[in-house]
Design a protein. Structure first.
Length: 282
């Protein structure tokens, strides 16, 4: 009898283990996945920036994506467009003048729009079916360059932390409409994850070295010599004001080489754009 009890107990424990494995696999099978996030930024002579974001993404729930961009200062977001990249070509999404968040997933499919909030904008689009797709988002940011007293600056958070599906791979390429970036006219830093930022053939290139976790993010800080850009948002401060706050909590110091491995930090940026991918469930 004791042997039978032990046998039953073992079967019960084994069943619980199998059930636990099944639950974990089931949960993972319904997890959203952002395989790759490639961002290209062209900074124009007037200080604006044209941003293109290619996302290899597999949604499993919700009705739309919306990307909040907040705390922009005097910057504005214009010319927002979305398309889906397929094997047969690029499919542009319909751009709506008004975006209704209460619409169903089917009603939002293949459409995009902008919601203006008290803090900035929400860039929205409907992904349609729950399957892996490649999306291309493009928009312009006015006053992307900040004109400081002693130099000019770009300070931008390209990937936010606390994402439900942090990207497995991130690449950010920053170019100029005229001329090139190099160590004679710029200094560069990156924060929030394990990655590398370098000058590459006249461009600034950041690449993540590992998959991002929910606590990771990607922020790029660039100090630019005066005269590289003619217009932008004028701020009556020196670059060191922002550099000190950016370096706080990181392993960077002012004597640190301005290229190399990105550093993790938790300080909230005083001048920033929070770009966060969120799935809206209705």
């Amino acid at each position: 009898m004791q042997n039978i009890k032990n046998f039953v107990k073992r079967i019960f424990v084994f069943s619980l283990i199998l059930l636990g494995l099944f639950v974990v696999q089931s949960n993972n099978s319904y997890a959203d996945t952002l395989y790759k996030n490639e961002i290209t930024v062209r900074i124009n002579k007037d200080g604006s920036a044209d941003i293109e974001n290619i996302m290899d993404y597999h949604p499993t729930k919700g009705t739309e994506y919306y990307i909040p961009i907040n705390n922009l200062g005097k910057s504005e977001i214009i010319n927002f467009n979305v398309s889906e990249i397929t094997d047969s070509g690029e499919i542009p999404y319909e751009s709506l003048s008004k975006w209704d968040v209460k619409k169903t997933r089917q009603q939002k499919a293949g459409k995009s729009g902008v919601v203006k909030t008290s803090n900035g904008y929400e860039l929205c689009f409907g992904f349609g079916d729950y399957q892996r797709k490649t999306f291309k988002l493009s928009y312009r940011v006015t006053n992307f360059v900040k004109l400081l007293n002693d130099s000019d600056m770009v300070f931008w958070k390209f990937v936010n932390d606390d994402l439900e599906a942090p990207p497995q791979k991130v690449k950010v390429t920053i170019t100029k409409e005229e001329g090139k970036f190099d160590n004679t006219n710029s200094k560069i830093w990156a924060f929030g994850n394990k990655g590398k930022i370098v000058f590459d053939n006249g461009n600034i290139v950041f690449e993540s070295l590992t998959s991002l976790s929910r606590s990771n993010y990607v922020t790029v800080l660039i100090q630019i010599n005066k005269g590289e850009f003619t217009t932008g948002e004028k701020i009556s401060r020196n670059f060191s004001y922002y550099q000190d706050q950016a370096f706080q909590g990181s392993s960077y110091t002012k004597n640190t080489n301005n290229t190399g491995i990105a550093k993790k930090r938790k300080t909230v940026f005083p001048v920033k754009s929070i770009v966060r991918l969120i799935i809206l469930i209705v």
